[in-house]
Design a protein around this ligand. Structure first.
Ligand code: TXA
Ligand code: MG
Length: 319
């Protein structure tokens, strides 16, 4: 991780306090942050990202005191989760307190809270003196940013970008909600169902298997590169692939392609998660015509990676 420049963080914190937008690194992806308690500043996030107002934001905190300010939580399981996974890539959806403006939660009575595991992010929240609402710093539906340059490429009206180098996890936090008898994963991430079960007794259905449980951000198309992307299957072998890029998880392409990029050359899922958005960004800028992605095994972190790949490919599915 690059050295933290305290003056830059101070400057960014002053901007947050003044109602401006600051993009900052977290361990997962870069966030587009604003003072979570300032509805006007939060409205600018939606405008800049072209994000629909029905999709609620995650609020980032640096201390458990801020959790108590923002939520009506009295559930001891939350503190057990916090002890094990915070700071870290876990977002917990909880009943919100009155201080959270409705625009942050898209009018829902709940708010997603997370304490990021990144020193720049934590220091920014501390110096700002307020919790920071931040979605991923990409245009709605496009590839999430894992570098400051990815933010610059997509978003033009950001007041300041804190450059903390490449993020270390690479995909967004696991989002969960708690029920009396267990938890539900609303978005998959590198903290897996099995990790959560080491702290909480029981996982209920994951959202993929239960259309009844909904998260407003749970949409089929997302994370899409500007070039078509397809997941490798029997049909891909019949395509003319000589101008395609192959996004590999260890294998070499069994057909002619222009170029091959590896999510991980050794088939390592953690490494693949780190590289996923970075490789998609570089391939959308490359001169290939389209991308064919090799599926990864759907176990552990592979579940979250396949979730991102399927959503990236969804709008290019042939009907
Ligand atoms: O790793 C991350 O979570 C990154 C970094 C910047 O922290 N943030 C991020 O935010 O991915 P965003 O806005 O791109 O995704 C937030 C997800 C959305 O799918 C949203 O619908 C869900 O969290 N979410 C937020 N608040 C919610 C709530 N109250 N109820 C259900 N889902 C919620
Ligand atoms: Mg996002």
């Amino acid at each position: 991780m690059p050295e933290i420049n305290l003056e830059d963080i101070q400057k960014a914190a002053n901007l947050i306090r003044a109602g401006k937008l600051v993009a900052f690194p977290t361990e997962t992806v870069y966030g587009l942050g604003a003072n979570a308690l300032d509805p006007k500043a939060v409205a600018e996030i939606f405008k800049t990202k072209e994000r629909p107002s029905f999709d609620p934001l995650i609020v980032h905190i640096h201390s458990l005191a801020q959790l108590d300010l923002l939520t009506k939580n009295t559930d001891s399981r939350v503190y057990r989760l916090a002890e094990k996974f915070w700071p870290g890539p876990l977002t917990i959806v909880l009943s919100k307190s009155k201080v959270v403006p409705d625009i942050v939660t898209s009018g829902l009575p709940t708010v997603g809270i997370r304490m990021p595991r990144n020193e720049i992010a934590l220091e920014l929240i501390r110096q700002s003196g307020c919790p920071i609402a931040a979605p991923s710093a990409n245009k709605f539906g496009r590839i999430s940013p894992t570098k400051a340059q990815h933010v610059e490429k997509q978003l033009k009206n950001v007041d300041y970008i804190l450059d903390g180098g490449q993020t270390t996890v690479g995909i967004e936090s696991t989002v969960i909600t708690l029920h009396v008898d267990g938890f539900v994963i609303l978005r998959q991430g590198i903290i897996t169902k099995e990790d959560l079960e080491s702290v909480l007794p029981q996982s209920l259905q994951s959202i993929e298997n239960d259309e009844q449980i909904s998260s407003p951000g749970h949409i089929k198309s997302h994370y899409s590169p500007t070039k078509p992307i397809y997941i490798l299957n029997e049909d891909s072998k019949r395509m003319n692939t000589k101008n395609a890029a192959f996004l590999s998880f260890g294998s070499s392409a069994e057909f002619d392609v222009k170029t091959t990029e590896f999510l991980s050359s050794s088939g390592n899922l953690t490494e693949a998660a780190v590289n996923l958005f970075e490789k998609l960004h570089s391939l959308e800028e490359s001169d290939c015509d389209f991308i064919i992605a090799e599926p990864v095994p759907e176990e552990g972190i592979g579940i979250a990676i396949m979730d991102r790949l399927r959503k990236a490919a969804h709008k290019y599915l042939k009907s």
